[in-house]
Design a binder for this molecule. Structure first.
Ligand SMILES: NC(=O)C1=CN([C@@H]2O[C@H](COP(=O)(O)OP(=O)(O)OC[C@H]3O[C@@H](n4cnc5c(N)ncnc54)[C@H](OP(=O)(O)O)[C@@H]3O)[C@@H](O)[C@H]2O)C=CC1
Ligand SMILES: CC(=O)N[C@@H](CCC(=O)OP(=O)(O)O)C(=O)O
Length: 325
């Protein structure tokens, strides 16, 4: 039987290269590529997209929309890593662990969007609590998050690498490219999918940041539980989340209040999941002060992008979801 064919549109980019590398070991697939001279040629891309079983889009949003406009073969399946189609009705959100039945929807869909890196962390923490009624849909949720600079794709990677080179030339005065927050005008492109798939009544207030490390991510959701008439205990929240993800290979819920997960007993670092397709969830809580903190730790290029894309690809192909991950 012929092997399924896969084309990665945007294969030379950060996400495209990672998907390509993850698939390079597979002998159950045939990867078809365009040479460098034609990789941005619309006619060549359109022909390739319509000739394969699955096209994976690793492109800026506009180019991803353009790629979808090329589809004329009703049998081709599209897996889009960009933000362009994540809240579009006809598309299936590629987060198999999000809700019961989501995995089957992905497996049967023609059009699947890969969740954003920050939303993957956010939704993995919050969705189980909203679903269980422990966090009211009206709760005014805020999010602080930090990403490695690869989250900004080739342009941000270039910026950081240029800075590092400059530092090396000046035989380093010990300073690093500043850690900083961004998105201070609000309305980050991920907020829409965060609200839609969490079940919250209002958009969460999201403050992202970038650190001087290439890959890795922490998404933090502080919960001032004293604002609730009947605040859940830390243990109740932990149990609901742990139960929700029982048996899931790619969502790990860390033991409740276990300080051994912290480096030196105090420090939760952003990079520990790098190279994996795993999102780790932490629940920290103080029932006396009625404060809690949910944290997701993931590789922004792993479960936040290329790993999740391969997981979805496996489901769409009807093979073992964990293959190559
Ligand atoms: N980096 C991350 O953490 C994540 C990224 N994503 C999403 O994945 C998508 C790709 O991001 P990322 O890989 O980081 O971005 P990059 O900038 O690293 O890569 C984008 C690639 O697309 C190519 N490209 C641009 N326009 C076209 C076009 N018209 N036709 C064909 N190729 C084109 C670029 O070419 P060239 O090489 O010439 O610039 C580049 O190779 C984005 O939508 C992003 O939002 C999703 C999750 C996480
Ligand atoms: C650090 C950084 O710039 N991160 C990007 C998000 C990562 C990304 O590319 O977003 P998707 O997951 O939607 O593709 C940003 O904030 O726009």
């Amino acid at each position: 039987m012929a092997k399924p064919t896969v084309f990665i549109d945007g294969e030379a980019g950060t996400t495209g290269l990672q998907i390509s590398s993850r698939l390079s070991q597979r002998d159950d697939l045939e990867i078809v590529s365009l040479d460098d001279a034609r990789r941005k040629d619309a006619t060549a891309r359109a022909a390739q997209i319509n000739a394969v079983d699955i096209a994976i889009l690793c492109l800026p949003d506009d180019a991803a929309r353009e790629a979808v406009s090329f589809v004329s073969n009703p049998r081709v399946k599209i897996l889009d890593a960009s933000t362009a189609h994540r809240t579009v009705e006809a598309w299936v959100y590629g987060f198999p662990e999000l809700n019961p039945g989501q995995r089957e929807k992905v497996a049967n869909a023609q059009f699947v969007s890969v969740p954003g890196c920050y939303p993957t962390g956010f939704l993995s923490c919050v969705r189980p609590l909203v679903a269980a009624g422990l966090l009211p849909a009206e709760f005014p949720v805020t999010i602080n998050a930090v990403s490695g600079y690869s989250g900004g794709g080739k342009p941000l990677i270039r910026q950081y690498k240029a800075f590092h080179a400059e530092q090396d030339q000046q035989s380093s005065n010990g300073s690093s490219y500043p850690y900083g927050i961004y998105g201070t005008k609000f309305g980050h492109k991920h907020v829409k999918e965060m609200q839609r798939y969490s079940g919250l009544a209002s958009p969460p207030l999201f403050v992202p940041s970038v650190g001087d490390f290439e890959q890795g991510m922490l998404v933090q959701i502080p919960l001032p539980l004293w604002t609730l008439a009947q605040p859940p205990s830390g243990q109740e929240m932990y149990d609901a989340i742990a139960h929700y993800y029982q048996g899931e290979p790619f969502v790990q819920v860390a033991p409740f209040q276990d300080s051994s997960v912290l480096r030196d007993g105090t420090f939760l670092d952003a990079t520990a999941m790098n190279g994996t397709n795993v999102v780790q969830i932490f629940v920290f809580a103080n029932d006396t002060t009625q404060e809690a903190l949910l944290v997701a730790r993931l590789d922004n290029l792993g479960k936040g992008a290329s790993g999740a894309a391969v997981q979805n690809l496996n489901l769409m192909l009807g093979v073992d979801e964990t293959l190559g991950l």
